[in-house]
Design a protein around this ligand. Structure first.
Ligand code: SF4
Length: 297
């Protein structure tokens, strides 16, 4: 069981990825809760999904905010942050050239105007806090913990602030285009997931879970307590047991809801007249891995 958390980045495409034990991530746990068949499509079949430009913009802005905090404190200004957008996009798109195809190749301004729309999110971020006054312990922190029951939890925390008193604040930037009321329960589930992981890693219940909505400039802060995290840990264990049970048989049922409107796989879903591909069996390695797009919702 790991006793420290580490900062890691996605491996470049084509790089050899070490086989890791199956784990539960907040995104995949949310998928299973929302719709077991959606979980299967994403984690077991690993069907490709075409990101929207709004998702790409979220990924870009997350990357820029991570880079911003690596600058000297005095340099963390809006102009400096905006300067980081183009190089961050260059790096992201060189790692995933297929993302470039999402833009109209006939329109020379397509990428420029999209980058301008990312500037708005950066401006909204600066309206919420002044990064010159902050010194986070880590950004894009990879965390992993095995619970007593053997469930392995794994994920990435956007930002971790630790006060001199040792109090922990978990910060998550929300950049998605989906209506806030739809995303809020999912976001809080994700934050409690990280609260459990950090509590078990460090022995301290995080003082605050903070969501910063960069589309509308709102923020939401929540203080968990230990009893709640104990209950939530049991919920995570129950979800993992249900996933393993479905994984053995391939019985991942569709659970239609208004969230189907955001599902890329309606054409394969029996609820919409489709037929899923034959069940490929429980995947190895890791069906719990989060993609870079998951981490920027
Ligand atoms: S369309 Fe709806 S019910 Fe079907 S897999 Fe997607 S989320 Fe599940």
């Amino acid at each position: 069981m790991p006793d420290t958390d580490t900062v890691t980045a996605d491996p470049p495409p084509g790089a050899e990825v070490p086989r890791r034990r199956p784990a539960l991530s907040p995104s995949r746990a949310s998928d299973f809760k929302q719709c077991p068949l959606l979980y299967r499509f994403r984690a077991v079949d690993r069907l490709p999904e075409i990101p929207t430009k709004a998702q790409l913009r979220g990924t870009l802005v997350h990357s820029v905010l991570e880079r911003l905090f690596s600058l000297p404190q005095a340099d963390r200004t809006p102009p400096q942050a905006k300067e980081l957008l183009a190089p961050a996009w260059e790096e992201l798109s060189s790692e995933r050239p297929e993302w470039i195809d999402l833009f109209d190749q006939e329109d020379p301004d397509a990428v420029t105007s999209w980058l301008s729309s990312a500037e708005q999110l950066v401006d909204t971020y600066f309206g919420l806090e002044d990064p010159r006054r902050l010194e986070p312990e880590a950004c894009e922190l990879h965390v992993e913990i095995e619970l007593g029951s053997g469930v392995l939890l794994r994920g990435y925390v956007d930002r971790l602030d630790v006060a001199p008193t040792g109090e922990i604040r978990v910060v998550d930037y929300k950049t998605g285009a989906a209506p806030r009321e739809i995303g809020e329960a999912k976001a809080m589930f994700q934050m409690k997931f990280y609260a459990v992981v950090l509590w078990r890693l460090r022995g301290v219940v995080p003082r605050q879970l903070k969501l910063m909505y960069l589309t509308d400039g709102q923020s939401l802060a929540y203080t968990p307590d230990e009893g709640e995290l104990i209950r939530f840990e049991r919920t995570l264990e129950a979800i993992w047991q249900a996933i393993l049970k479905a994984g053995k048989t391939g019985d991942f049922r569709p659970n239609p809801s208004k969230l189907c409107a955001w599902c890329d796989h309606q054409a394969l879903c029996p609820q919409y007249g489709g037929t899923p591909p034959p069940y490929p069996g429980w995947p190895e390695p890791d069906p719990g891995e989060e993609s870079v797009l998951d981490r920027a919702d």
